[in-house]
Design a protein around this ligand. Structure first.
Ligand code: ATP
Ligand code: MG
Length: 381
């Protein structure tokens, strides 16, 4: 089935965020070492079912560190030629082999209706079947901050109805889970006050945390990774005078593989032309123009939308939070150099110095943080 902790062998240009690739490779991470199995061998499991990718973190069977499953959140079905039965594929395999029929059932961030809830349940069941994830476990899963009770109830049903989490299932906001690995103190950071910006594919979420409580949560679907992919595709068309049209998957790959605020290099690609022959082209501006706009829009939303509201409702918390680093989470926080860009532009906008941090792997951080919480809960069962 799908790869465990894919290293870029997927069709989707999985690059991994950290420039040092620290969490790549065998999928183990040292940070999980201190999470002991709870009483009676209850294993902690951290889950993040995202609209683009799903990440699951659980203890290595050999007891050393953790395993990380990272896969596209998609399904395809086909008919078994021998038995005529319907078969299911998920993740990278499904996306590569069945691009015409593959279904990303959480496209909008949550399972909205019965069909997508059922598809999400099938996806999760297949993922669990393909990996050695303990059933006798305490599961913490990350949830988006979004006013959608039906969608959240559907997501809960998917996790509760799965084979794992026999001992306990609990959800926490994705940006809280994703913030913990950014702090050295990890779990202790729950007791702090800080601002988190979660940069996802379908939403930008901003809120302040006060000992785990969300203050002034804001969520907008207009500043998103998906929107940046659309712009990259449009700008590529403009930059090549209409000669090159790329689809959104290719646009996402360009962004994930090439965008870099510190050392972007123009890159070339080739398209096959309908009459035969190929056309080679170079992209100089399209990717970084789109990413530049993204950071400007994030900074504008935080400086002029979120922070004034926080200051209005919780002045003291506002002051305390801005003295601390702002935590960037979510896949878009992987962009090399984005931490410094946000720091500089937000400091300019606010006319005071603010700092920012992120986890080594912001794309894995929500599941890693959920795993830390699950470990704590498991040891207190
Ligand atoms: N290494 C990377 N470099 C740049 N962008 C990345 C990288 N990895 C992931 N992304 C982008 O991050 C976004 C996905 O982020 P994330 O996994 O946090 O979203 P999500 O939780 O599924 O979405 P949402 O919560 O908005 O519904 C996508 O736009 C993806 O292209
Ligand atoms: Mg998200």
């Amino acid at each position: 089935m799908s790869e465990t902790e894919s290293d870029g062998e997927g069709a989707n240009g999985d690059t991994g965020a950290a420039d040092d690739g620290s969490a790549d490779g065998d999928g183990t991470s040292a940070s999980g070492g201190d999470v002991a199995n709870g009483g009676d061998g209850v294993a902690p499991v951290g889950v993040k079912l995202g609209s683009t990718r799903t990440v699951v973190v659980y203890p290595s069977p050999d007891g050393e560190g953790t395993e990380v499953v990272r896969t596209l959140t998609c399904l395809a079905t086909y008919e078994d030629v021998l038995t005529g039965e319907e078969r299911v594929l998920y993740g990278e395999e499904a996306a590569i082999e069945y691009p015409d029929t593959v279904e990303f059932m959480l496209r909008s961030g949550l399972p909205e209706d019965d069909d997508s809830a059922e598809a999400a349940a099938t996806f999760f069941r297949e993922l669990l079947a393909a990996n050695d994830i303990p059933e006798n476990s305490a599961v913490v899963y990350a949830i988006p901050t979004i006013d959608n009770e039906a969608g959240l109830a559907n997501l809960e049903a998917v996790i509760e109805g799965s084979s794992i989490g026999g001992e306990l299932v609990r959800s926490y906001p994705e940006s809280l889970c994703g913030s913990l690995p950014a702090f050295e103190s990890q779990l202790d950071a729950i007791d702090d006050i800080f601002v988190a910006i979660n940069m996802g594919s379908t939403n930008l979420e901003v809120c302040a945390y006060r000992r785990g409580e969300q203050l002034v949560p804001l969520s907008t679907g207009s500043i998103t990774g998906n929107e940046i992919d659309r712009r990259v595709a449009n700008y590529v068309e403009e930059e090549t005078q209409g000669r090159v049209n790329i689809d959104l998957t290719t646009a996402r790959e360009y962004k994930e593989d090439h965008a870099d605020f510190e050392s972007f290099e123009p890159f070339t690609d080739v398209i096959q032309q309908p009459g035969g022959g190929s056309h080679e082209f170079t992209i100089e501006d399209s990717v970084m123009d789109a990413c530049d706009e993204y950071v400007d829009e994030v900074v504008d939303e935080v400086a002029n939308g979120f922070l004034p509201e926080l200051a209005n409702s919780h002045m003291k918390v506002y002051q305390l939070a801005l003295e601390k680093p702002i935590v960037l989470t979510g896949g878009m926080a992987c962009l090399p150099g984005i931490v410094e860009e946000v720091e500089t532009r937000l400091s300019d906008e606010l006319k005071r110095d603010v700092t920012a941090i992120r986890a080594d792997r912001p794309d894995l951080a929500a599941a890693e943080g959920a795993y830390e919480m699950a470990g704590y809960l498991a040891s207190n069962l």
